[in-house]
Write a protein that binds this ligand. Sequence first.
Ligand code: ATP
Ligand code: MG
Length: 308
Amino acid sequence: MIKIRGFSKRYGQFVAVDSLDLDIEQGDVFGFIGPNGAGKTTTIRFLTTLLKPTAGKAWINGYSVTQQIDEVKRSIGFMPDTFGVYDGMKVWEFLDFFATAYGLPRSKRRALIDDVLDLVDLTSKRDTLVNGLSRGMQQRLCLAKTLVHDPPVLILDEPASGLDPRARVEMKALLRELQKMGKTILISSHILPELADFCNKIGIIERGKLLAAGPVKDVIRSIRQNRVVRVVVSAQMETCEVMLAHHEHVKNLSGADGEFKFEFIGNDNDVVNLHKDLLEKGVPVVWFQEEEADLEEAFMKITKGLVA
Ligand SMILES: Nc1ncnc2c1ncn2[C@@H]1O[C@H](COP(=O)(O)OP(=O)(O)OP(=O)(O)O)[C@@H](O)[C@H]1O
Ligand SMILES: [Mg+2]
């Protein structure tokens, strides 16, 4: 659905993005993660036909972003990282303006605007002036704007920036809804945990280079070589500790009071066997689980590796 090959952008000597390749499939929710100045907005501007590349090609919905600009624009809903100034415009007028720009006939616009307002929960603000909306509402309105021409692809540059925790939760729920509607979504952020439970794929970019990309679990696995397992037992703590301490796959065992944590070097089968061994030795296991690695940790490790 989105394909980038060899995208580079230079400003004079400065390389903002360096030979970036990326593949996003239909229905993916792709988190584009990177610190300030990494090259996210630059890549997004290229994809949305707003920036001429120094080198490289990209396709959205099968259309070339450098050659089929109209088709690309019709295929995407774009939410930029800044909300413009729309003095004196009411909420419905704002949406009507964009719907008109997309060539939607007047007869259809009214119902469509009502639909998108309902989706982003702004029906009651229909006649409010855009600049009188709160930041969270403006972000939702901006998202509504990206939907008026019903594009298959949404490209959102930091849609949650500047929102309070409640507005973030609401934004996330809204994005989930759009995902369910079958949209392919590219969303950029430097707020990592926010994307972890929401995206199926992520890409980590720093200083113009894509450092890792793929399914969330794979990216995390590729950074964290060993899985971390947590075991909680209600009795036989010593037996458990001895077994773990002498187990060939267990490393860096820590813990007390029947709660153990360790790195496990082995495959799924080895994990299953360890669990079984504990039970067979009569250790009452309350919990036996792999610790979820969080994106924050993954991100810090990857970007640190580059700096070092
Ligand atoms: N027009 C320009 N002229 C010169 N340098 C630019 C220009 N636009 C962007 N850059 C530089 O390119 C780099 C990448 O910027 P970009 O806006 O893509 O980063 P970003 O990942 O979106 O960061 P942020 O999280 O702060 O939004 C930055 O170092 C920026 O200063
Ligand atoms: Mg940016």
